[in-house]
Design a protein around this ligand. Structure first.
Ligand code: PMV
Length: 311
């Protein structure tokens, strides 16, 4: 049996929308941070027939079944028993598919002796979920044209940022990212503007991280998040991933910033709010978020490493 672990990542420059061609290629460059405290653990073993257990429940998750079938066509390994557990709410906009596919390709690679390096595993993970390509690496990670290969931009030690994740619902998301992205591409009048301005936001964020400029990163990360939600909200029918507590958490983060605290928010295809801050602020930020009605729990994380199999 082989065990591998991977962590979800949080995009500061968002990916939303695919290119209109096969292969699961994003329409926009993205940049993320990998979290250390949230973990998906995947165990792979030989079996008489394929079996999948997700967080203790037998599953036939179509994306995972398809992903394993595609890998098998390429590498020709036998039936596998796959068991995967995450220590955080899954399918609720906390990037469990990212850590899931990153851990899965890493576990299969190690168990079946495929000897794929992280860059190649990342390319495979991208086919399952494009954000998963970023979870193969730790710290600050980019996914950009022309070849849409995820790359580490900086190690976690480059800049010690902290993340407080305010969980406001553990219900699975209503519309999955693939369906939502396609809806936005086909129906939002803002889609071309989103694609047309993404590269400039991406470059600003890369510069902010290289310079460790928190104010600059605050501005561009919140802008990218709000542009993505603008796109979602103007899709037909509208995609609204927020609940009341999400909006209250975002307002709280803005108030804390106005009072002089270094913190900004981001949010994905779900109602959880991620507050990013400097180390000195994390306990205060997490405590304030815990006080927002509707917040179920607040997870605190540092930046962490890439996907790895146990020796
Ligand atoms: O890779 P997917 O299909 O899980 O899509 C991820 C989309 C967002 O999380 C909303 C943004 C991002 O860049 O991670």
């Amino acid at each position: 049996m082989t065990t591998a672990r991977a962590h979800p990542n949080v995009a500061l420059i968002k990916y939303w929308g695919k290119q209109a061609k096969p292969g699961n290629f994003p329409a926009t460059p993205s940049l993320s941070i990998t979290l250390s405290e949230l973990t998906t653990t995947t165990r792979v073993d030989d079996a008489d027939e394929d079996a999948l257990v997700l967080n203790g429940n037998p599953s036939r998750d179509a994306k995972i079944v398809e992903f394993v079938a595609a890998l098998r066509t390429e590498f020709g390994f036998g039936p596998l028993a796959i068991e995967t557990d995450s220590n955080f709410p899954t399918s609720a906009g906390l990037a469990s598919s990212a850590s899931g596919f990153a851990a899965l390709i890493t576990a299969i690679d190690a168990h079946c002796g495929l000897e794929l390096d992280a860059a190649v595993r990342s390319q495979f993970a991208r086919r399952g979920s494009a954000s998963a390509a970023r979870s193969l690496f730790g710290g600050y990670v980019t996914l950009e044209p022309p070849n849409w290969q995820a790359r580490p931009l900086a190690a976690p030690e480059h800049w010690d940022l902290r993340v407080a994740v305010a969980v406001t619902s553990t219900a699975p998301k209503k519309i999955g990212s693939t369906e939502g992205m396609e809806r936005s591409r086909l129906t939002s009048p803002y889609f071309d503007a989103w694609v047309g301005t993404a590269a400039a936001d991406f470059e600003d964020a890369v510069a902010a991280i290289n310079q460790r400029d928190f104010d600059k990163l605050t501005d561009v990360a919140e802008l990218s998040c709000m542009k993505m939600h603008g796109l979602m909200l103007t899709s037909k029918p509208a995609l609204n991933y927020w609940n009341g507590a999400s909006v209250d958490c975002m307002n709280l983060v803005r108030e804390l910033r106005a009072a002089g605290h270094g913190v900004f928010f981001t949010n994905d295809a779900g109602p959880q709010i991620k507050a990013i801050c400097l180390p000195a602020e994390i306990h205060r930020v997490a405590a304030e978020l815990r006080g927002v009605p509707g917040v179920i729990e607040v997870l605190e994380s540092r930046l962490g490493g890439g996907a790895a199999a146990d020796p």
